[in-house]
Design a protein around this ligand. Structure first.
Ligand SMILES: [Zn+2]
Length: 373
C-alpha cells in the first residue's frame, strides 16, 4: 500500500529532481504516460549529443568494423546518423526514437550495438551472417524537445513516408473488405509525402541499404494484459493489415514478433502482449513493407519485413533498466533466429496466442511501485 506520506515524498522528489514537461505535451497524439503523470525524469535518458558521442566512441573502439555515417541533418540542424556494421548477406535495420518522447529505443539500440562491437564470439558469428543499419535516434529535434513530432513541421514522422495510388487503393480495398468506409478520393499524380527532411534522408538510406528486416522501437501508454489485473510492459506489433502484405511477409513479421515475445517474457518482470490492430501505410515500417515511393516519387523496388516493439510508459529511473533490457532481449532473439536460420521454422500462428493488450491503466494507485518518476 502506498501511504499518503510516501506519495507526498515521491511527489516532492519528482518536483525537485525532474525537468518538467508541460502537462498535456507528453500526451499529444496518443497516450504516453497516464494522466497526472506528465512529470518525467529525463535524467535517465541520453541527450542527442550523448547518443552521437556514444556512436563515435563505439566506432573508434571497433577497429573499423563500425562505420557511423551522417546521412543528413534534422530540421534544426542536428546530425542524422546511421551506424553500419557487419558483413553478412542478410540486412537488418533497427531504429529508435522516431517519436521524441519515447526514449529508450535509443538506449536499447546502443546497448545492442555495444555487444556487436565487443568482438566476442557471439558478435563475430552474427556479423558474418548479418549486416546492420542501426539508427538509435531518428528524431533528434523531437527528442531534445521531448515531443512526439519533429520540431519544424510539427508532424508525426511515423506518418510521413510516401503513399502512392497503388497503396491507397490497396488500403481502401482492405477497408471495404472489413466493412469500413473507403477513404475519400485524392489526387495521386506524383503524390509523395516525406514532408520532413528526416523522412527524406532516412528513405534514401533505406532505399540504398534495402533491409530484409526492420525493427522499430517505441513506447506506449500503460496498459493491462488483456482482461487480467497485470500490467503489460512490452508489446509486439505489426503496422499493416495482413491483406496489405504478401503471405511470406505476413509469416515473417509474425515469426519476428513471436521470438521477440518469447525472449522478452523470460526475464520474469516482463508481461508481453500483442499490440492492437492498425493499418497505416504512411508509417515507416509500413511503407518499407509496401515498396513505398521516395521523396521524388522514385522507387527502391524493395519490400522489407518490418515490425515494432512498444515498451510501457510511466517510465523513470527505477524501471529504465528492465525496459531497455526487454527491448535488447527481443532484438537479440530475432537476430539469433536469423543468424542460426531458425526463424523460418518458427510457427507464425503462435502470433495469435500472444495475449492482446488490454485497457489503459489511468492511475498509479494500482501499481504504486511502478509509478516511480
Ligand atoms: Zn511511437
Amino acid at each position: 500500500m502506498r501511504t499518503p506520506r510516501r506519495r507526498y515524498l515521491t511527489l516532492m522528489a519528482a518536483l525537485l529532481l525532474a525537468p518538467t514537461v508541460a502537462p498535456g505535451l507528453a500526451n499529444a497524439n496518443g497516450p504516453f504516460v497516464p494522466p497526472g503523470q506528465e512529470t518525467v525524469n529525463r535524467s535517465s535518458m541520453l541527450s542527442a549529443e550523448q547518443i552521437s558521442a556514444e556512436l563515435r566512441s563505439l566506432a573508434a573502439r571497433s577497429k573499423g568494423a563500425l562505420r557511423v555515417e551522417e546521412i543528413g541533418r534534422s530540421g534544426q540542424g542536428r546530425p542524422l546518423e546511421v551506424a553500419y556494421i557487419g558483413t553478412g548477406s542478410t540486412r537488418v535495420w533497427i531504429q529508435g526514437r522516431i517519436h521524441g518522447n519515447e526514449p529508450y529505443g535509443a538506449e536499447a539500440s546502443l546497448d545492442f550495438l555495444k555487444t556487436l562491437v565487443s568482438g566476442g564470439k557471439h558478435a563475430r558469428d552474427v556479423l558474418k551472417e548479418i549486416s546492420f543499419a542501426i539508427i538509435p535516434l531518428y528524431n533528434p529535434d523531437g527528442s531534445e524537445a521531448f515531443r512526439r513530432q519533429d520540431s519544424i513541421n510539427n508532424i508525426d514522422l511515423n506518418r510521413d513516408w510516401g503513399v502512392d495510388r497503388r497503396m491507397f487503393d490497396q488500403l481502401n480495398a482492405v477497408r471495404v473488405s472489413l466493412g469500413q468506409a473507403p477513404l475519400p478520393e485524392r489526387n495521386f499524380t506524383n503524390y509523395t509525402r516525406h514532408r520532413a527532411v528526416e523522412s527524406q534522408a532516412f528513405w534514401y538510406a533505406w532505399a540504398n541499404f534495402k533491409p530484409h528486416h526492420m525493427i522499430d522501437l517505441h513506447h506506449q501508454g500503460t496498459y493491462y494484459v488483456g482482461d487480467t489485473d497485470e500490467m503489460t510492459t512490452f508489446s509486439v506489433g505489426i503496422s499493416l493489415d495482413p491483406g496489405m502484405l504478401t503471405t511470406d511477409q505476413w509469416n515473417t513479421v509474425r515469426r519476428m514478433g513471436v521470438v521477440a515475445a518469447d525472449a522478452a517474457g523470460k526475464s520474469g518482470v516482463v508481461n508481453v502482449t500483442r499490440y492492437p490492430y492498425i493499418n497505416i501505410p504512411e508509417g515507416v515500417t509500413s511503407a518499407s513493407m509496401l515498396n513505398g515511393p521516395g521523396p521524388q516519387g522514385e522507387y527502391a523496388n524493395w519490400r522489407s519485413n518490418a515490425m515494432f516493439f512498444e515498451s510501457r510508459g510511466g517510465i523513470g529511473q527505477k524501471s529504465s533498466g528492465y525496459i531497455i533490457k526487454q527491448n535488447v532481449n527481443g532484438l537479440w532473439a530475432i537476430i539469433d533466429a536469423m543468424s542460426d536460420r531458425s526463424l523460418a521454422s518458427v510457427d507464425a500462428d503462435r502470433w495469435s496466442n500472444i495475449p492482446p493488450r488490454g485497457a489503459a491503466i489511468t492511475t498509479c494507485d494500482k501499481f504504486p511501485n511502478q509509478c516511480d518518476f
